[in-house]
Design a protein around this ligand. Structure first.
Ligand SMILES: NC(=O)c1ccc[n+]([C@@H]2O[C@H](COP(=O)([O-])OP(=O)(O)OC[C@H]3O[C@@H](n4cnc5c(N)ncnc54)[C@H](OP(=O)(O)O)[C@@H]3O)[C@@H](O)[C@H]2O)c1
Length: 405
């Protein structure tokens, strides 16, 4: 039986998951591919800390030794950071290897260059694991929604921030206490900035944008707000309105182009992301023919991520991975005026023209419809404007509170 020779870059959580999956699912892989899949070499950074039992596999801290192997079909990138991953994958593509990556930071910055290079060298590029861990969002968008125009995507793309928000609401914890638990459980890094400030979700949104619209959102014009300012009091007010906080990455194409937003928002029971809790991820897609589709599942972890990588491996090798990158066409949809919950101190609130008051549902919150700029203009340190996604019905309308001037 012929062999698919794999070079695996990285032997941490993801790399180990890929290696074990290839060993433990060898029979199934052979049945599908008609070939043996063999990891020939593994790249690590600190070789002294690894004690690798299989002496048939080259364990090295020198990428050159891998790229110069006499036979190398696929290079899998499971290391961290923009570099050296980008440089290594460029070498691999130029050598004629298919490449697969889980490295979203690298791919968000260099995905389009790698796609062009892969096309030029007639090799395939798998990046399912860069977004949503084990959720097959990339292949769904690439292969199964081609006639559809994707109008909007809203996703919970970071399990750590979702776990923190769920714990704060369910256990009535402060942000700091919920973060500590996330760290103790291994969901959050010692330095959690990437997750809680929304960088990780933003990288994933960039990957999705390039896939759907053929271009990245303009970095400077995009919004990225973390979850660190959310308080248990705000969560409790939101709950009294039937709303839950979620840290959502949104992509929408309006007349001004592709807009990417990562920020804390509020969703009601009818929204597809309302029941996505803990470390789960989910992606809600609105497309013009099919309507709304939601995919939910484990957004990270050893085997969910290995699942995405090994599925990519199968599609590369069966040559069933069409390189269709949808170009952004048309004018896009006209953006509707957003709805906001202004939560906090309502005393002295004066709403200028341009606000439509929907409800004064509680003493600490007013629900309004206005442009983003108008909502920002009345927000203060003790009165924060959170966007409400979807159609939420407010039944408890009161008129005994502040009125617009
Ligand atoms: N963890 C997840 O659930 C998950 C999910 C989706 C995507 N990803 C992405 O997958 C990648 C790997 O994540 P991970 O969680 O497996 O990370 P990890 O546990 O920290 O492992 C990283 C591995 O890469 C190696 N490495 C790091 N820098 C290197 C360098 N400059 N040269 C050679 N080897 C290097 C490390 O070597 P040493 O072991 O010698 O230090 C380690 O084996 C990241 O890009 C991450 O964003 C992770």
């Amino acid at each position: 039986m012929s062999v698919i020779t794999v070079g695996l870059l990285g032997f941490g959580t993801v790399g180990k998951g890929v290696y074990e999956t290839i060993i433990n699912h060898q029979e199934r892989l052979q049945a599908i591919l008609g070939k043996e899949v063999k990891v020939a070499a593994i790249l690590v950074k600190n070789i002294e800390k690894h004690d690798f039992p299989d002496k048939d596999v080259l364990l090295t801290d020198d990428f050159q030794k891998i790229i110069e192997l006499p036979k190398l079909d696929v290079v899998i990138d499971a290391i961290v950071g923009k570099e050296p991953g980008y440089t290594y994958l460029r070498h691999a593509v130029k050598r004629g290897c298919h490449v697969i990556t889980a490295n979203k930071e690298m791919f968000a910055h260099h995905g389009s260059e790698l796609k062009s290079l892969a096309k030029k060298h007639n090799v395939s590029l798998g990046f399912e694991a860069t977004v949503g861990g084990g959720i097959p969002i990339i292949q769904t968008l690439k292969k199964l929604l081609n006639a559809n125009q994707v109008e909007r995507i809203e996703g919970i793309l970071n399990g750590t921030s979702n776990f923190i928000l769920t714990s704060m609401r369910e256990e009535k914890l402060s942000f700091e206490s919920a973060l500590k638990i996330a760290q103790e459980k291994g969901y959050a890094e010692a330095d959690p900035e990437n997750d809680i400030e929304g960088y990780d979700a933003f990288y994933k949104a960039v990957v999705l944008s390039e896939l759907i619209y053929g271009k990245a959102p303009v970095w400077e014009k995009s919004t990225r707000i973390g979850i660190t300012d959310i308080t248990p009091e705000q969560i409790s007010i939101a709950s009294s309105l039937g709303l839950r906080f979620k840290h959502v990455a949104s992509l929408e194409r309006d007349q001004k182009g592709v807009r990417c937003t990562v920020k804390p928002v509020l969703v009601g029971e009818s929204h597809p992301l309302y029941r996505v809790e803990g470390v789960q991820n989910a992606v809600s897609i609105d497309a013009d023919i099919v309507g709304n589709i939601s995919l939910q599942g484990p957004g990270a972890g050893m085997f969910p991520t290995a699942s995405a990588i090994v599925e990519d491996l199968i599609h590369l090798e069966t040559n069933d991975f069409p390189e269709i990158f949808a170009e952004g066409e048309g004018e896009g949809i006209e953006a509707a005026l957003p709805v906001w919950a202004m939560i906090g101190n309502l005393s002295n609130l004066e709403l200028p023209n341009g606000f439509e008051v929907i409800s004064y549902s509680s003493d600490n919150a007013v629900i309004v419809k206005s442009s983003e700029d108008a909502a920002a203009s009345v927000a203060k340190d003790d009165l924060i404007a959170y966007q409400i996604l979807g159609n939420h019905h407010f039944s408890d309308v009161r008129t005994d509170q502040v009125q617009p001037v």
